[in-house]
Design a protein around this ligand. Structure first.
Ligand code: G6P
Length: 598
């Protein structure tokens, strides 16, 4: 359980807890800190029992403290609950439950679930269907999003999924008879992500929204029975999915951090994403070309990839498109006006980001076709899309996106090439040499570490760029914030003189994205303006200039490809800045890799 929780830490890691059943009683241990710290203090891995639930929390409601850590217990101590999501009407429910005599211990929204379930009838051999129905009825009281798993003092696991992922891994599964749709397994692993159990089984069932499950031992039979019901309490027949074993590759290997390992994996992830499945590429390109409007969306780094996509599709492919940050989609309803065949291209590494899924659902209501670029074909986004295509980058554990971002860009290059081809233009970008150039960028690590040492005390870093490079300036700023906790800002080079120049003095660091393309001269002019105010100038370029105090040399490539090679030294810079400033690059404070709440 402790190992599985470590695998899930990317979803949040401010507190941790486990509940098990021993001698027909629930035992709970929980505390503040990441999995290894809490385990060292509370010996989570020594807890007795053969059934348990665990949770790593990323606080949304209630401070980070021991009491607010999950699991939460019902008043009678017979039900423990772990929850992912937000119960939006928890205040209302809490007042109602308190009026009924329930006593709350925590400030969390999640605790209401434990109290709601307290009045469930006792679960026995024959009444699983009734219980499923009773759970579903109680869940109708909840508004918001939830995936939860509850453990009873009798060692029965039950739970539900609604707008948050929940997957049941099955060890050595088999089916019951056709009438009852029961599944049996030697072992059951319930998690928000296959990473939680992939080391133990590659077979799983994916719960759909509104589905409820019960897992229990069958009398003296050592096997477990698994029953899944819909909201009306009717049993649902679930398909068993075979999960790709490549998900199991989640070790740091020879690297000090996952982030560094993932930066190095770009040697092959970029070309893997570019050389994608021709059938899926064809389907996607066909849909994009035949749409009369394309809207591209994403959050965080995936939003930066969306900005790249907008640039590539409109300049290379002459397609009418717009990019909107996923969390802002609902405030841009103008993009939904009009008939025709609009398409939303949603980009998300995890495929579970709530803001992206909300944008997708809103677009669907407004007649958009949904296409997506994901890293997991098993994700909610892939499942809710009409067409999806995977970047095939393998698991990304470091909280900050690195290899997934460049894989998204590589795939976007490929899509652009195919769109151009479908319109009769033969475009060659020279992606065959990508691994060689990535290798060259990675060889700069010692030089980059030296730069990090020189600028590690900076309070503000500005990254200036023009055109397609602006997306990389934003990405670089995001990496510096996430990994090294430095205030950093990506700025359109032309905008420097319209305000930001007032901030520049001899303490400022200005990173200039300045490859030899049509943006070169204008960006150099802006760099001069910053230099004249005393800034330390870091040039990222394939052409040397006396204006740079430090140069990060990138290869001379097709002008469209520069962003791909610019971003790698900047990822390494953020990583080394993090080390020099004593920050843990894999687990930045306050942020989670997969943000499944609004
Ligand atoms: C979180 C992470 C970011 C990431 C964003 C989008 O905010 O901290 O690094 O870029 O989610 O994630 P997605 O999985 O949708 O690409």
């Amino acid at each position: 359980m402790v190992k599985a929780l470590s695998r899930m830490e990317y979803r949040g890691y401010d507190s941790v807890g486990i509940a098990t059943v021993h001698n027909s009683a629930l035992i709970v241990r929980k505390g503040v800190g990441n999995v290894s710290h809490v385990n060292a203090r509370l010996s989570l891995d020594c807890m007795q029992g053969s059934v348990g639930i665990g949770h790593t929390r990323w606080a949304t409601h209630g401070a980070v403290n021991n009491i607010n850590a999950h699991p939460h217990l019902s008043c009678n101590g017979r039900i423990a609950v772990v929850h992912n999501g937000i119960v939006e009407n928890h205040d209302e429910l809490r007042s109602m439950l308190i009026a009924e005599g329930h006593i709350f211990k925590s400030d969390t929204d999640s605790e209401v679930i434990a109290h709601i379930l307290e009045s469930l009838p006792a679960i026995d051999d024959g009444n699983s269907n009734i219980i499923c129905k009773a759970i579903a009825e109680r869940l109708n009281m909840l508004r918001g999003s939830y995936s939860f798993v509850a453990l009873t003092g009798d060692g029965i696991l039950l739970g539900a999924r609604y707008h948050e992922p929940l997957i049941i891994g099955l060890g050595n599964p088999s089916r019951g008879n056709d009438d009852d749709y029961l599944l049996f397994a030697n072992e059951c692993f319930i998690a928000s992500d296959v990473l939680g159990f992939i080391e133990y089984t590659d077979k799983a069932i994916f719960l759909a929204d509104g589905e409820v499950f019960i897992v229990r031992g069958e009398g003296h039979n050592p096997r477990l029975s698994i029953r899944v019901c819909n909201r009306d309490g009717k049993v649902v027949m679930k398909d068993i999915t075979q999960i790709a074993w490549e998900f199991a590759d989640v070790d740091k290997g020879r690297f000090a951090h996952y982030t560094l390992k993932e930066i190095h994996e770009q040697r092959y992830t970029i070309s893997k994403a570019f050389n994608n499945d021709p059938k899926r590429l064809h389907l996607l390109v066909d849909s994009l070309v035949n749409a009369d409007r394309i809207v591209i969306t994403g959050s965080g780094s995936s939003h930066h990839a969306a900005l790249m996509a907008k640039y590539l599709f409109s300049t290379i492919c002459m397609l009418n498109c717009d990019a909107v940050v996923a969390s802002e989609f609902m405030y841009n309803m103008g993009i939904c006006i009009g008939n025709g065949r609009p398409i939303l291209l949603a980009i998300s590494q995890s495929g579970e980001t709530a803001d992206v899924l909300n944008a997708v659902r809103l677009a669907r209501l407004n007649n958009f076709k949904i296409a997506s670029i994901v890293n997991s074909p098993l994700s909610t986004l892939a499942r809710e899309s009409d067409i999806f295509i995977s970047i095939n980058a393998g698991p990304e554990i470091g909280v900050a996106a690195t290899k997934s971002f460049t894989a998204q860009i590589a795939l976007l290059y490929r899509i652009s090439v195919e769109i151009a081809r479908s319109k009769g233009t033969n475009l060659t970008l020279g992606m065959e040499s990508s691994s060689i150039y990535v290798e060259k960028m990675l060889e700069m690590e010692a030089v980059i570490s030296d730069l990090a040492e020189r600028i590690k005390h900076a309070n503000n870093i500005y990254i200036i760029a023009k055109g397609i490079h602006y997306a990389i300036a934003l990405e670089c700023a995001l990496k510096l914030k996430e990994l090294a906790y430095i205030h950093a800002e990506g700025i359109h080079a032309g905008e420097l003189k319209h305000g930001p120049l007032a901030l520049i003095d001899e303490k400022s660091i200005v990173i200039v994205l300045n490859p030899m393309d049509e943006t070169y001269n204008d960006v150099l002019t802006s760099a001069h303006e910053a230099k004249a105010r005393g800034a330390y100038i870091v040039g990222v370029s394939d052409s040397s200039s006396s204006i740079y105090d430090f140069t990060l040399a990138i290869p001379r490539v097709d002008r469209m490809l520069y962003p791909l090679y610019e971003v790698i030294p900047l990822q390494l810079l953020a990583y080394h800045m993090a080390l020099k400033r004593d920050c843990n690059p894999d687990y930045p404070r306050n942020i989670a890799k997969s943000v499944t709440v609004k």
